[in-house]
Design a protein around this ligand. Structure first.
Ligand code: GAL
Length: 377
């Protein structure tokens, strides 16, 4: 063999090795980065909507999405998170069923280098990368204000001799948000309670935010109180609509003011029918993209400017919880019969047909112009 030939062969060999490893590199780069979505449940309307939205946004950015829903099961959610880590996710967006219990899986994931974004509900671990949510205390304030304004609390009818007989229905006690909603509600209610103008006749929490639980709890309260209830501060639409079933059976739906949250299709339909008094709009169309943007920045190692540092103590309303977290909160809006059309229908947060379902055509407001244009076009 000539030297020339040997050199030629070895050049070929080196070239093919280089090409080969280059190819391998391209392949590795081509493999999409995996991101996990871990949901507490899909029973509340918003979570499924947010799953669809975040999955789409992440996939548009080229990520592979692994999404799981834990059906309110704390152990299952931890297993699902462990499993996502095993599958090699680089980040997980977590909506915890239980902000304490989920820390076990979250701490392990963080230790393995996985970014954890606590979504809407706080995870009580110092190892989360960030927390994104709405102004949850304001949610509670607006719920109570909506109910009190429907009662015309300062109008003179309600006095210490004739107090408002009020029911408090909290959310799931394992959800930190439920504590914050209660904090906001109490801020508004307390001064009236102290003056004796409001008498709290029942105070309960609804496990799992479950509508059937709420129905049963409300039935028992109505029985115990001889139906003498003047107002209900409930913490979301699902539980409020459960309670409304019990009120309705006693002829009290539309008579007793009651609050909700989330501006769900059923909730806003109930508002325009005159049963649910008030809901709270939290625009998930702003929260989900923000979460995806944040995940993208974390994974790409870019800076995330919007976040501010908060203490765990202030976010949990509990002085004993230690540590700090980087967080960001979006505003919330009270929805009532006067503004539901503008806030919910015209903004397309819920569809016109869902909101005015079962309402006679001649009692409906006009179809929003944009929607008309769309269906004509
Ligand atoms: C809360 C959430 C609310 C509501 C509720 C029930 O944590 O902030 O918007 O959906 O859970 O799922």
């Amino acid at each position: 063999m000539s030297r020339k030939f040997i050199r030629f062969v070895s050049v070929l060999l080196v070239l093919s090795l280089a090409l080969g490893s280059g190819f391998a590199l391209i392949q590795a780069q081509d493999e999409p980065i995996k991101i996990g979505l871990s949901f507490s449940d899909f029973a509340t309307e918003r979570w499924k909507n947010e799953e669809v939205l975040m999955r789409q946004l992440l996939e548009d950015l080229g990520y592979e999405v692994i999404s799981q829903e834990a059906n309110h099961d704390v152990v299952l959610q931890n297993n699902q998170i462990d499993n996502m880590v095993t599958q090699g996710v680089q980040a997980i967006i977590v909506i915890p069923e239980d902000g304490d219990a989920v820390s076990t899986a979250v701490d392990n994931a963080a230790e393995a280098g996985v970014y954890i974004l606590s979504y809407d509900r706080l995870i009580k671990s110092p190892n989360i990368a960030a927390y994104l949510s709405f102004n949850n205390v304001e949610v509670g304030r607006q719920q109570a204000l909506g109910v009190l304004s429907a009662l015309d609390i300062d109008g003179g009818e309600w006095t210490a001799e004739n107090p408002v007989r009020l029911v408090k229905l909290g959310g799931s006690p394992t959800d930190n948000n439920a504590i914050l909603f209660r904090q906001g509600q109490d801020e508004i209610l307390e001064p009236y309670v102290e003056e004796g103008i409001i008498e709290v006749v029942a105070d309960q929490w609804v496990d799992n935010w479950d509508a059937t639980n709420a129905l049963r709890i409300m039935e028992n309260i109505l029985t115990a109180q001889n139906n003498e209830i003047d107002a209900v501060v409930a913490s979301n639409d699902g539980t409020a609509l459960g309670a409304l079933q019990a009120l309705s059976a006693q002829g009290l739906a539309g008579v007793v003011p009651i609050s909700g949250q989330d501006a769900t299709a059923d909730g806003v339909n109930s508002i325009v029918r005159g049963e649910l008094t008030v809901s709270i709009l939290k625009d998930i169309r702003d929260l989900s993209p923000l979460a995806v943007e944040l995940i993208d920045s974390l994974v790409q190692g870019e800076e995330i400017p919007e976040l501010e540092e908060y203490t765990m103590a202030e976010l949990t309303n509990d002085e004993t919880v230690e540590g700090t977290v980087m967080a960001y909160f979006l505003p919330v809006y009270q929805v009532n019969a006067d503004n539901a059309y503008e806030l919910v229908v015209e903004s397309f947060f819920q569809s016109y047909d869902d909101v005015y379902r079962d309402i006679p055509e001649d009692e409906r407001p006009p179809v929003p112009e944009e929607m008309e244009a769309e269906s004509e076009g």
